[in-house]
Structure formats: structure tokens, C-alpha cells
Design a protein around this ligand. Structure first.
Ligand code: BES
Ligand code: ZN
Length: 592
């Protein structure tokens, strides 16, 4: 189990050094050069030697508050965690840095106007989690350090600059210039990985008095309709976790190259456009990103080896919110699908010698890139563990515990160890009852894992288990299809995928259904023209890693398909986020 005194291996910052408390960040966004030209005036909590992580950033100068040069030394770049600068924070506690980002900054994606829906204006957005904020802001990149900020973002006047923060103003930037400055402020201290910015041609619609959606004009009406239940979702979340502390909860629909389904940037969740389905069936993504407002953004994992504290708890909340809004049956079906994903990632890690990454508390070194370690395991195994705790003490008692937990640790980063100590103090004996060590320090899924029992899941699972073509599926929901397709054995002959062509799954509107079928087809070796067309279409239009990485993996393990996959990647690459590009390249590297 991670030891409390060990420092976060993914940051050069050392506990005890002066911490950043506030940043005044000035950013000039240049679409022509694909760089952010920035100054950061950082206030620290005390004077003394300190360290800031950075990656690919060009430092122009570092000065003190009187504008005298401040000597600094550079720590060499590490392939996973990047480099750093070290300097002595002066008595004034203020340090001023003038710098420029690199056009290939890992935390920034720059899209040409052709890559947007509107095709009229370029777009850019940040993705900080886990180690990417340091590619656009020199910072203490460990989630243990939290800071507030004031930002002024200068952008072309046809565009808007949004941040996960409070909007202060929008005004002209200097006379005779076609640029505006948007000012944002974050008064609540947040870890570096939650700093976020997006710039583009964006419209807004209010849904409730504290929720609004932003999207490109082409998407705004559909997005508003899709998220109309957000008021109810927020009420359910607050009943569970206590008052929402961040004021607003706005949602930004990004272009389809966004590498995740959603990202919980405080006050402004970033979302993938494919969750706008016209049916509300992806509401769990919103429930999930909202739930992070408590577990993740208020209580934060102390390091990336404790990621389950963010994602497992949040997935547990996601289940509770689904259950309250759509009923137990829906929640169970959703969980059954997540369990398929869990099994898949478990198998993949066991097959590749990475079984140590199947623990909840993962011992990571700085050579383990959190982007590589990422899987659904901390989500689903983590949520199961929380559910075990709930079942051991009963829901009523557990719900009171949840509120005390959040009250106790809000705005604090905690380790798994500290969490367990708190549980033991509050719910004495429960850890032993659930065999917590098997969960936290054990590999795989412990034998006492809770079972999912759902009527709808059972129907789909039965057909899959008996290798049936589901002729009674006309009344199936998308989720039932997804569960069926993900449960089919990969030992089946390719004729099974061929028989399924009668259902037109390559054209399913729901991307989860389409993707699940395509993955099954590739994994059993079935690729007719229609599958090929649909795979290529998906890979060249969507950048979410959950979809594209398994498809590339399935193609890359067969020599003929590998060449084809590389051709698709060449075509798709310019539309992918740098984080996704790195992961796809890794798949190719490992398969050659
Ligand atoms: N915080 C994650 C996304 C993330 C994880 C970004 C790790 C970078 C590194 C976000 O809250 C998330 O879990 N998204 C899920 C949504 C789903 C579980 C509802 C996703 O993108 O699949
Ligand atoms: Zn999450």
C-alpha cells in the first residue's frame, strides 16, 4: 500500500517545498502558430527553494516582484513526467514567469476550421489530467498541491474563451485590434490537473439557473435537449453527497476528437459530442462528471496510484444517481456492461504481465505513465469495493458516512491509506468484514465481489452465453445490445459476426452499439466491406480512446490488418488529440 511519506512519483515537486497558492495567468492564444504566449505571476505560501514541473515549455524569463532576474536551474526532461525548473522563492513570495508553449504540447489540441462542425473557425482546448497541465502552465503537477487563479485570455473577437472557473468579463483587448480579452477567476483551490480552457465559436443555452450548455452553433439545440434532465441529476447528486460547492455546473460539448467521454473540469464539464444521442441514453456520463464535483474535485486522490479514490467513488455515485432517476433495473444493466469492460481490462493486463495494475492501490513509479496505466479497473473494481462497504453496514448508515467523508476531506488530497483509516474510525470492523486487503492490495477481482442481477441483463447475457443470434431482440434497448455484443465469446467463428449483419449494427445510431459490434467482428476475424467502411468511419471521425484503442489493438494483432490500421491512422492522425496519438503509436510499437 502506498506509504504516506513517499512523494508523488509523477511530479518533481517535493513535499514541504513552498507551494503555489495563486496564479495570475495571462494567455495570448495564437492559432496561426498553435502556441499559447503566456505570463504566470505565481504567489507561493512561503519563501525558499521550490520546483515547478514543465514539459516542452520555452521559458523566456523568470523574475521576482521587482522585475529582477531570478536564477533558476533546469531539471532534465524525463520521458514520462517531463522536466522542471528550480529556484528560490524570494521574501515577497512572488515569482513572474514569461513563457511560450510548444505547438506539440501534450495537453493542448488545436483544430483547424475544417475539423470543426461549423467549418468557419479554428478551435483549441486543454486536457490537464493526468500529467498534461505542465505542458501549458509551469506548475506543481501533483494533485497534492492546490491553487486558485485569475486568468486573462486573449482571443480573436469572433471566438469565446471558456474556462472551468467564474466568468468575470469580456472586453476589447487594446485599441485597433481584432482581439478580445476574457477574464476568469477560480476562487476555490484546485489541483493543476483541473485547470481548463477552451476557445472556439461557441454558443450557450441556459437549462436551469445554475446549468448551461455550450457548444458549436450546429450542435447547441440538440445538446440542450439532450441535457434537459440536468436539474434532476443535480438534485439527486446533492441528496447523496451534500450541497454542490462549485456554484455553477456548465457543460461544454467539444469537437469529436476529444479523447474522453467526459472530463470533470470544475464548473465546466468537458463532453464528447457523441453523448448527444437524441435519446438521453448517455445521461450517466453527465451524472459521472457531476459526481466528480465531490469525489475528485473536492476530495482528490493524493497521487495517480490512488486513482480509484476519484473514479471508483464517482462510478459508485453514478450508479446511485442512475438508480434514483431511472430505477434499479436500468442501473443494474449499466453495471453489467461495466463489468464486461472490467473483465476485458483485467484479461488484457494479466495477458501482458501488468497484473500489478489491477490492484486498487497501485504502486507506480515515475516510469509508469498514468495514460498507459489507465483502464476501467479503478472505476468498476473501485465502485464494487464502495458498494461492498455500503452493503456491509446498510444503506442508511453508509449514506451518513458519505456525507461525513466529504465534509471531512473536502479541498484535501488523500491517499488510500488515509481513506482506510477514516473508514475504520467511522465504521469500525467493516474493513475486515469486506476483506479490504484483497480489494486494495490484491490483483484481479476478489471472490466476494457483489453480483449483478438484472432481468434485462439476463436476457441479453443468456443469448450471448449460448452463442445465439438474438432473434427476439426487436424490443432490446441499446444497452441490451451492447451487453450482448460485449459478452459474446471471441472464440466464436466469424460466421457469427456475419449472421449478425441482418441487424444492420454497422449503422446503429448509438455509437456504443456500433462500436461493440465492430470490435466483436474484428476480434473474430470478420471484415466485409461494410465492417471495413464502418471501422474506418469511426476511426476517422471520433477520437475517444475508449473506442479507438481497442479497435486499433484488434487490427494490430493481425499482420494484414496491421497495414490497413496504419493507413487509417495516417489519415486520422491529424484529427486526434496528442494524448490519443501517443497511445495509438504505442499499440503499433508493441505489435511490431
Ligand atoms: N476524469 C475522467 C477522464 C480522465 C481519466 C482523463 C484519466 C484523463 C485521465 C472522467 O471523469 C471519466 O472518467 N470519463 C469517462 C466517463 C464515463 C466513465 C462515464 C470516460 O471518458 O470514459
Ligand atoms: Zn471519472
Amino acid at each position: 500500500m502506498a506509504n504516506e511519506t513517499v512523494r508523488d512519483p509523477h511530479s518533481h515537486y517535493v513535499s514541504g517545498q513552498p507551494k503555489m497558492k495563486h496564479v495570475r495567468w495571462h494567455v495570448e492564444v495564437s492559432f496561426a502558430d498553435r502556441v499559447l504566449d503566456c505570463t504566470a505571476l505565481i504567489t507561493f505560501n512561503k519563501p525558499g527553494l521550490t520546483t515547478l514541473d514543465l514539459r516542452g515549455i520555452e521559458i523566456k524569463f523568470v523574475k521576482d516582484d521587482r522585475f529582477f532576474d531570478l536564477a533558476y536551474t533546469r531539471i532534465q526532461d524525463h520521458p514520462v513526467i517531463g522536466g522542471a525548473i528550480q529556484f528560490v522563492v524570494p521574501e515577497s513570495r512572488i515569482v513572474f514567469i514569461d513563457y511560450k508553449t510548444s505547438p506539440s504540447a501534450s495537453g493542448l489540441q488545436w483544430l483547424t476550421k475544417e475539423q470543426t462542425s461549423g467549418k468557419r473557425h479554428p478551435f483549441m482546448f486543454t486536457q490537464g489530467q493526468c500529467l498534461h497541465t505542465r505542458s501549458f502552465l509551469p506548475c506543481q503537477g501533483t494533485p497534492e498541491v492546490r491553487f486558485t487563479f485569475d486568468a486573462s485570455i486573449v482571443v480573436p473577437k469572433e471566438l469565446r474563451a471558456l474556462m472551468g472557473a467564474n466568468h468575470i468579463s469580456r472586453s476589447d483587448w487594446r485599441e485597433f485590434e481584432d482581439r478580445v480579452v476574457e477574464r476568469w477567476r477560480m476562487q476555490q483551490p484546485i489541483p493543476a490537473y483541473l485547470v481548463s480552457l477552451a476557445v472556439g465559436d461557441l454558443e450557450e443555452r441556459d437549462i436551469t439557473d445554475r446549468c448551461r450548455v455550450y457548444a458549436e452553433p450546429e450542435m447547441i439545440e440538440q445538446a440542450t435537449a439532450e441535457f434537459k434532465d440536468i436539474g434532476k441529476i443535480m438534485e439527486a447528486a446533492e441528496r447523496l453527497a451534500g450541497p454542490y460547492e462549485w456554484g455553477r455546473f456548465d457543460m461544454l460539448v467539444l469537437p469529436p476528437s476529444f479523447p474522453y467521454g467526459g472530463m470533470e473540469n470544475p464548473r465546466l464539464a468537458f463532453l464528447l459530442p457523441t453523448i448527444v444521442t437524441g435519446t438521453g441514453s448517455m445521461a450517466f456520463v453527465i451524472a459521472h462528471e457531476l459526481a466528480h464535483a465531490w469525489t475528485g474535485n473536492l476530495i482528490t486522490n493524493a497521487s495517480w496510484g490512488d486513482f480509484w479514490l476519484n473514479e471508483g467513488w464517482t462510478t459508485y455515485f453514478e450508479h446511485r444517481i442512475l438508480e434514483e432517476l431511472y430505477g434499479k433495473e436500468e442501473a443494474l444493466l449499466h453495471m453489467a456492461i461495466q463489468e464486461r469492460g472490467l473483465k476485458r481490462d483485467m484479461d488484457r493486463f494479466f495477458a501482458t504481465g501488468k497484473q500489478a495494475w489491477t490492484k486498487l492501490s497501485v504502486d507506480l513509479t515515475q516510469d509508469d505513465d498514468p495514460d498507459d496505466v489507465f483502464s476501467i479497473i479503478p472505476y468498476v473494481k473501485g465502485a464494487m469495493f464502495v458498494q461492498m462497504l455500503e452493503e456491509a453496514v446498510g444503506r442508511a448508515r453508509f449514506d451518513k458516512f458519505i456525507q461525513r467523508y466529504i465534509e471531512r476531506f473536502k479541498f484535501i488530497s488523500i491517499s488510500t491509506q488515509r481513506f482506510l483509516e477514516f473508514v475504520e474510525g467511522e465504521l469500525s470492523g467493516v474493513l475486515e468484514t469486506v476483506h479490504h486487503l484483497e480489494w486494495v492490495d490484491g490483483e484481479g477481482v476478489p471472490t466476494n465481489a457483489p453480483r449483478v442481477n438484472s432481468q434485462k441483463a439476463a436476457v441479453a447475457l443468456a443469448d450471448a452465453q449460448f452463442n445465439m443470434v438474438p432473434l427476439d431482440s426487436h424490443a432490446w434497448s441499446s444497452n441490451q445490445w451492447v451487453l450482448y455484443l460485449q459478452s459474446l465469446s471471441r472464440e466464436l467463428p466469424k460466421s457469427h459476426a456475419e449472421e449478425l449483419t441482418q441487424f444492420g449494427l454497422t449503422r446503429a445510431v448509438n455509437i456504443e452499439v456500433r462500436w461493440s459490434y465492430l470490435l466483436f467482428a474484428l476480434e473474430v476475424g470478420f471484415m466485409d466491406d461494410e465492417v471495413a467502411r464502418s471501422v474506418e468511419e469511426l476511426l476517422t471521425t471520433v477520437g475517444r480512446m475508449k473506442y479507438i484503442l481497442p479497435l486499433y489493438r484488434a487490427l494490430a494483432c493481425k499482420p494484414v490488418a496491421l497495414v490497413y490500421a496504419q493507413q487509417i491512422f495516417d489519415k486520422a492522425r491529424s484529427g486526434y488529440h496528442p494524448i490519443a496519438i501517443a497511445q495509438v503509436e504505442r499499440i503499433f510499437k508493441e505489435s511490431t
